[in-house]
Design a protein around this ligand. Sequence first.
Ligand code: C5P
Length: 241
Amino acid sequence: AVAAAVVPAAGRGERLGPGAPKALRELGGVPLLVHAVRALARSRAVGLVVVAAPPDGVAEVAALLDNHGLDGKDIRVVAGGATRQESVRLGLAAIPAEVEIVLVHDAARPLVPVEVVDAVAAAVRAGAEAVVPAVPLADTVKRVEPQAGGGPEPVVDTPDRATLRAVQTPQGFRREVLHEVHEKALAEEASGGLPPVTDDAGLVERFGGRVVVVPGHEEAFKVTRPLDLVLAEAVLARRRA
Ligand code: C5P
């Protein structure tokens, strides 16, 4: 079964500094989004990529993807939403009903190796309902009590680092599982809501589903802050050398 991928790319990316929407910032002269879509299209597991673009940028993004050869894969562009979650839901709605495996990949992870994409899709094909690629943490992590005034934050506890993983994308799902949790989240939002989750697997967990981890890759890091762009440029230069 061939998978489809949803790429939420409608974020402003304010932590990266002022400028174009994050997905359209350039890395090695090519927009982050184009790198991310290429990384997915390179996988033989992926037959269709749906990009959720900024609502006012659908035509621009479609033209951009047209201008970069993308391995003859089927690429569609839809309008994204006000949150990442909404962008994913809108992208998912554009996937044909017969597709059974859906990957969700951040436009902000332009350098994910194809091996990670393949491994996530393979784990879903092998029977998992939700799969996330993840890596061990270098830093020790502490839970704190955030202070409204910005003062020193009391530490609550220190989770055992050996049991923690930093989660990346693409995350892979049985399509009906992803669809169901997004619909449930939407219904809960309408009735007052729960705190937002920051990844799709988090929604599966919230509604009692089972999520498993496969090895991620250090080059699948998310471009969030200016320093991440410096690192991404260096990784790209090394690949091109
Ligand atoms: O802001 P953050 O880095 O967590 O965004 C992760 C991904 O979600 C990015 O690819 C961003 O473009 C996307 N996003 C979106 N729609 C939003 C907000 C974020 O598609 N409204």
